[in-house]
Design a protein around this ligand. Sequence first.
Ligand code: DC
Length: 227
Amino acid sequence: MQKRAGIVIAIDGVSGSGKSTLAKGLAARLGFVYLDTGAMYRAVTWKVLTDGIGVHDESRVVAAARRLSLTVAPGDAGMKVFVDGADVSEEIRRPYVSDNVSVVAAYGGVRERMVGLQREIAADHNIVLEGRDVGTVVFPNADLKFFIDASVDERAKRRLAELQAKGIATSLEDVRKNIEERDRIDSGRQVSPLRKAPDALAIDSTGMTIDEKTDKALAIARERLRL
Ligand code: DC
């Protein structure tokens, strides 16, 4: 394992568990870089769909992921994502991307490229990364790991409110189905399935406010990492 200069906090968890908000808040309070790894899988998916490549055509999807020009930068809403220099941060949140991203993220070749990029981006920084495999595969030696869960009902309501706030029309039933389907694919895939690392601290965020979650994780981080 490569020697690292910075501190790594890895946050994994199910779709819509509020881990993005938590990871963003924690990074801001600690003055760490924030990396949303799910946004990177979304960017590949957006590019594939935009280029008219079928998401089930694994070899073409993997080839597109390998040649993708993907960069990230800090933004007001957390992290901005650029593909070929164009800002796709909002587009990658749209339902047509959400509905296809689990298929793309299940390909080993796509994951290999993304994990490589994530390690490059993280090099020499104090960083909070969030995703599905950041504590198990990307940084198995992370300094601190969290695993965030929440009930499907609460996650669906939260995601619906987020989409509505962005003016994206959808229903609670559709959001719920998308979350359940993504859980099924993310946890059941062969390559890097979503699972809690044995040394990750589990937080069930059902019924907790954003501030309660962030305060809890921050207190743990300060104590464990002596920050
Ligand atoms: O966190 P999110 O909903 O933006 O993630 C989008 C998709 O990418 C989701 O289907 C899970 C997948 N993903 C992954 O496989 N590995 C990661 N490290 C992050 C996300």
